[in-house]
Design a binder for this molecule. Structure first.
Ligand code: PHE
Length: 365
């Protein structure tokens, strides 16, 4: 028979000692060692409990209750200390890993926007404000969309003017081609959508040509407006507004020079004023002119080819070279450098990714 007094006299000091150790525990590992030492299989309190079996039956209940109270007291203290230590650890981690979300993003680390992309964004922002939607079409075209529907007569020399890249001939004798301009997307848009139409069409174009001012692949933006009343005055107003906004110069002379395209009548080429005083090109009032785009009223044959009645509908179209207007605005001297994939060039002429051009926020910052 175990002596009850003998067992119980150890309980109080054991509990006091354990609670002291628990409150001093500096970390979760240490706390766990204390738990094992008191409540584990071979722990001090467990050892006292193991002796209960040999306590006389009439006293066992009270002894068991006292030991259990001791056990509960110690394990509750351990739990409380554990929660406190875990919270402290989390607080410390939160403080250490704190992120200031109000700091500006480090945009420089995520690359640069190519001047062609930047220019497309700017042009889309300007015409978007005027109510134009963006349309797109495929780079690989057929003869119908690139030439025939656009009123190029068969064997007409204008087809030759375009230095077309043709794909290999198919069994039926036809061949696809790389579009020589974005104008085929005019056709695709009119075939698919009823007027009123107001779209701009940025995209890649291809011509077999390469020197300082020509690359076999380049970009254009096409514009197309079709409704019942749009006339040449709207075309002029729209393009003059575009030129002023895009070049960010209020005083730019704009000149419409008669020209020829099979798909517009009348047709014009647009020049903007510039000066080359002191060897530096400046867009604005000056002694010189620079050609920047072709335009005109959509030819009745083109409307007819696209299922639109020219007696009811009319409108204008324009097309301009994107690299060209980028070079003029940003002072980039050689067209070929656009496609060299030279990172030093891109760092110099590229744009910060998060500065998206808008009319309210500024096209360029
Ligand atoms: N497609 C013509 C070109 O590439 C430009 C243009 C488009 C002219 C629309 C008039 C109207 O030269």
């Amino acid at each position: 028979m175990a002596d009850l007094e003998e067992i119980l006299k150890d309980v109080e000091p054991l509990v006091a000692q354990s609670l002291q150790a628990v409150s001093n525990a500096a970390g979760l590992d240490e706390l766990d060692r204390i738990r094992v030492a008191a409540l584990g299989k071979k722990g001090s309190i467990s050892a006292l409990m193991a002796q209960l079996g040999s306590v006389p039956a009439d006293l066992r209940k009270e002894a068991g209750a006292r030991l259990n109270t001791a056990k509960v007291a110690v394990s509750e203290a351990i739990e409380a200390r554990k929660t406190a230590l875990e919270e402290a650890r989390l607080d410390e981690r939160l403080a250490r890993e704190r992120v200031d979300v109000t700091l500006p993003a480090r945009a420089a680390d995520i690359g640069r926007i190519h001047p062609v992309s930047q220019t497309i964004d700017e042009v889309v922002a300007i015409f978007g404000q005027m109510g134009f939607a963006v349309a797109e079409g495929p780079d690989i075209e057929d003869d119908f969309h690139n030439f025939t529907a656009l009123n190029f007569p068969p064997e007409h020399p204008a087809r030759m003017m375009h230095d077309t890249f043709f794909l290999p001939e198919k069994a039926d004798g036809t061949r696809h081609l790389l579009r020589t301009h974005t104008s085929p997307v005019q056709v695709r848009t009119m075939l698919k959508q009823k007027p009123p139409i107001r779209v701009i069409i940025p995209g890649r174009t291809y011509r077999c040509d390469s020197d300082m001012t020509h690359t076999p692949m380049f970009h254009q933006v096409e514009g197309l407006v079709i409704d019942k009343t749009t006339h040449m005055g709207h075309l002029k107003g729209c393009l003059i507004e575009f030129v002023k906004t895009y070049f960010e110069v209020d005083d730019v002379p704009v000149r419409f020079r008669p020209s020829f395209f099979p798909f517009t009548e009348p047709s014009a080429e647009v020049d903007i004023g510039c000066s080359r005083a002191g060897g530096e090109l400046k867009i604005g009032a000056g002694a010189d002119w620079l050609e920047i785009l072709g335009c005109g009223m959509v030819h009745p044959n083109v409307l007819r080819n696209c299922g639109i009645d020219p007696d009811e509908y009319q409108g204008f179209a324009f097309g301009m070279g994107l690299e060209r207007i980028a070079m003029l605005k940003y002072g980039i001297p050689d067209l070929r450098t656009f496609f060299d994939s030279d990172l030093r060039w891109l760092k110099h002429y590229g744009f910060v990714p998060l500065d998206v051009p808008t009319l309210s926020g500024g096209l360029t910052r």
